[in-house]
Design a protein around this ligand. Structure first.
Ligand code: FNR
Length: 179
């Protein structure tokens, strides 16, 4: 049986370190796991006024998350909070009222930053929103990867210790997602 993972990258940057971390975790997926990225860069800013209108980009991301067996979010921190584009997606997928697709969904969260705190404020904030929405959030192991830029070369995780750390997280995530 195939396990479907929806991958959400909180960065819209072309040179994103979080995308590099996400690609490393995705590359550890065992046979039988399919990963599909949820694009968040083209989503109109959410307002509840749009609940009664057809917004194809909203339908797309809601359907992707709904169909997934588990979701992996890898995100930077912006001003000690989650990036606006990611918050927009979380809000879109939580509505219209009664159609919250996060409810009961398995979600794992990783953050990465060039700074010393690894994006932990964003990571814990994402966790808080999703727990409130009824998601089943993977708490252990946690990833708030500090000095992440030093672990990368040409968009790949090349530092061996960092790779091992991410591989442990990936193994735990895939075991949980496929259980
Ligand atoms: C940042 N950055 C940042 N880093 C951090 O650890 N804590 C923070 O609060 C912030 N705040 C912040 C605000 C804004 C607007 C930007 C653009 C950046 C730095 C950030 O971690 C760095 O740019 C990373 O490269 C972002 O990750 P991606 O986009 O490369 O994946």
């Amino acid at each position: 049986m195939t396990t479907r993972i929806a991958l959400i990258i909180g960065s819209l940057s072309k040179q994103s370190i979080n995308r590099a971390v996400a690609e490393h975790i995705a590359a550890q997926a065992p046979a039988g796991v399919e990963i599909e990225e949820v694009q968040i860069g083209d989503l109109p800013l959410y307002t509840q006024d749009l609940d009664t209108e057809s917004v194809p980009a909203y339908d797309r991301v809601r359907a992707q998350i709904k169909a997934a067996d588990a979701v992996l979010i890898v995100s930077p921190e912006h001003n000690r909070a989650m990036p606006a584009a990611l918050k927009n997606l979380i809000d879109i997928a939580s509505r219209p009222f009664g159609q919250n697709v996060w409810s009961g969904k398995k979600v794992a969260i990783a953050t990465a930053s060039p700074g010393s705190y690894g994006g932990i404020h964003a990571g814990l904030q994402i966790r808080q929103s999703l727990q409130m929405l009824g998601a089943e959030v993977l708490i252990n192991p946690e990833v708030f990867l500090s000095r992440a830029n030093a672990a990368l070369e040409n968009g790949k995780v090349t530092d061996e210790r960092t790779a091992q750390f991410l591989n442990k997280f990936a193994a735990a995530f895939y075991a949980w997602a496929t259980a």
